[in-house]
Design a protein around this ligand. Structure first.
Ligand code: PLP
Length: 435
C-alpha cells in the first residue's frame, strides 16, 4: 500500500511536491513515448532498505585460472552483501531469460551510462561511430557534440530516406563503406518504424565494424516478441528499463559472453561507483512482471493503441512521419514555418494547457532548430498501463486536433482540459494516495 506519511511529517515541502506530481499524473493524459507508470511492487522495491547498502563490485566473479563463472566469490568490495547479491543475481538471470542474452549487467544508473560503458568496451576515443542523427530520431548519446559521445568519438551520422522517412539500408551501407566505422550504432528515441537488425549486422560485417543496438524505447516490445530481437545480431545491446519495459528509471546492458568481463569492468570501476541495489531490485521485479503471460497482452495493447491513435490523427488531417508507426510511438509533423501553424514548442505548450503531456521533437529534415522543432512525439505505453484502449485513442486524437485548432486560444484549451480530465478520471491510478 502506497503511503507517504513519514515524508509528510519530516519534509512537508517535498511531500507537497510529490503529492502535486501524484495529482498531475492522475489528471493528465501522459503521451510522452519514453514514460510509463510502474507497478506498486516496483515502487516498493525502489523505496526499500536496499538503498542503505554499498555493494561495489559484482555478485559473482570469474575464476582467473579456468575462466569459469564463480558466484559469491570475493565479488564485492564491501561486507554484508549476501542479500544484495541475491537481488542482483535474480535481476541478471531474469534479464538474460527475458531477452535470450548470454550476459547481463544490470548496474548502469541510466541509459546514457549503459551506452558509455558499451562504447568503451568496443572502441577507444578517436574511433569512428556510424550512428543515427539526432534530428532523424537518434539519442544525444549517439553522437551529439554536447554529449561525451560526440566529444570523444568521430561521429558519422546516417539519416532516413527523404521520401519514405524510413531507414534506407542501401544508403546506410554506402555511408559505412565510405567512412569505414569502427562501430555502428542503431536504435532510436524517435523512430517509429521497426528496425532490421540483421541488415545492420550484414553492413557491420562487410566493413569490419562492431554493432551496438540501443533498444531503450522498444525493449518491452522485444521482450514479448513483438519487435525483432537484436541479441542474435549485436555485439552489445543497451537499454533503459523505464520505457515500454515498465521498470524503474535505469539502464542495462546485454552482450555475448566474450565481452562480459570487459564490459563489467567498464561499468564498474570504469564509469560508475556503487550500484543502486534498490533500483536493481526494482528492475528485477519489473523483469519478473515482464516474464509473466499478461505482459504480452499489455504490449499488444500498446501497439493496438498506437495504431488507433495514428489512424485517428491521420483521419483528422495530420501528417505522421513515415505515414504511421510499427511501434509504440509516432511523430506528428506540424509542417514548416512557411506553412503556418504552430511549431513543436508551441504545440507542446498548448497541449500542456489542455492537460496533455507530450514533447516537441524534430522531424527528419526539420528546418527549425531542435529547441523549437516542427514535430510532436506521441507514445502509448503510459495510457495503455492506465487501461485505455482503441476507443479512447480515437477520443485522444480528437483532443489533439482540437488543441491544434485552438493552439493560441487559452480559454478553449482550458475547456478541452475539462474533457481530458474527465477521460483520465475513468482510468484511475494512485487511489490510495489520493484518499
Ligand atoms: N537511448 C535512447 C534510445 C533513449 O531514448 C534514451 C532516453 O530517452 C537513452 C538512451 C538515455 O536514457 P537515460 O535518460 O536513462 O540516460
Amino acid at each position: 500500500m502506497l503511503n507517504y506519511d513519514e515524508i509528510k511529517k519530516v519534509d512537508p515541502e517535498i511531500y507537497e511536491a510529490i503529492m502535486n506530481e501524484v495529482e498531475r499524473q492522475y489528471h493528465n493524459l501522459e503521451l510522452i513515448a519514453s514514460e510509463n507508470i510502474v507497478s506498486e511492487a516496483v515502487m516498493e522495491a525502489a523505496g526499500s532498505v536496499l538503498t542503505n547498502k554499498y555493494a561495489e563490485g559484482y555478485p559473482y566473479r570469474y575464476s582467473r585460472k579456468s575462466g569459469e563463472l564463480l558466484y559469491r566469490l570475493y565479488g564485492r568490495y564491501y561486507g554484508g552483501c549476501e542479500f544484495v547479491d541475491d537481488v542482483e543475481r535474480l535481476a541478471i538471470e531474469r534479464a538474460k531469460e527475458l531477452f535470450g542474452a548470454q550476459h547481463a549487467n544490470v548496474q548502469p544508473h541510466s541509459g546514457s551510462q549503459a551506452n558509455m560503458a558499451a562504447y568503451f568496451t568496443l572502441i577507444k576515443p578517436g574511433d569512428t561511430i556510424l550512428s543515427l542523427e539526432l534530428t532523424h530520431g537518434g539519442h544525444l548519446t549517439h553522437g551529439h557534440p554536447l554529449s561525451f559521445s560526440g566529444k570523444l568519438f568521430n561521429i558519422v551520422p546516417y539519416g532516413v530516406n527523404k521520401d519514405t522517412e524510413q531507414f534506407d539500408y542501401e544508403m546506410i551501407r554506402e555511408k559505412a563503406l565510405e567512412c569505414k566505422p569502427d562501430m555502428i550504432l542503431t536504435g532510436a528515441s524517435a523512430y517509429p518504424r521497426s528496425i532490421d537488425f540483421k541488415k545492420f549486422r550484414e553492413i557491420a560485417d562487410e566493413v569490419g565494424a562492431t554493432l551496438v543496438v540501443d533498444m531503450a524505447h522498444i525493449a518491452g516490445l522485444i521482450a514479448t516478441g513483438l519487435h525483432p530481437n537484436p541479441i542474435p545480431y549485436a555485439d552489445i545491446v543497451t537499454t533503459t528499463t523505464h520505457k515500454t519495459l515498465r521498470g524503474p528509471r535505469g539502464g542495462m546492458i546485454l552482450c555475448k559472453e566474450k565481452y562480459a568481463q570487459e564490459l563489467d569492468k567498464w561499468v564498474f570501476p570504469g564509469i560508475q561507483g556503487g550500484p543502486l541495489e534498490h533500483i536493481i531490485a526494482a528492475k528485477a521485479v519489473a523483469f519478473k512482471e515482464a516474464l509473466a503471460d499478461d505482459f504480452v497482452v499489455y504490449q499488444k495493447q500498446i501497439l493496438a493503441n498506437a495504431q488507433a491513435l495514428a489512424k485517428g490523427l491521420i483521419k483528422r488531417g495530420f501528417n505522421l512521419v513515415s505515414d504511421g508507426t510499427d511501434t509504440h510511438l509516432m511523430l506528428l509533423n506540424l509542417g514548416s514555418e512557411e506553412e503556418g501553424g504552430p511549431s513543436g514548442k508551441k504545440m507542446e505548450g498548448s497541449l500542456d494547457i489542455a492537460g496533455i503531456t507530450a514533447n516537441k521533437n524534430t522531424v527528419p529534415f526539420d528546418t527549425r532548430p531542435p529547441f523549437v522543432a516542427s514535430g510532436i512525439r506521441l507514445g502509448t505505453p503510459a495510457v495503455t498501463t492506465r487501461g485505455m484502449k482503441e476507443a479512447e485513442m480515437d477520443i485522444v486524437a480528437d483532443f489533439i486536433r482540437k488543441v491544434y485548432d485552438n493552439y493560441d486560444d487559452e480559454e478553449q484549451l482550458i475547456k478541452i482540459k475539462e474533457d481530458v480530465q474527465a477521460l483520465c478520471a475513468q482510468f484511475t491510478i494512485f487511489e490510495e494516495l489520493r484518499k
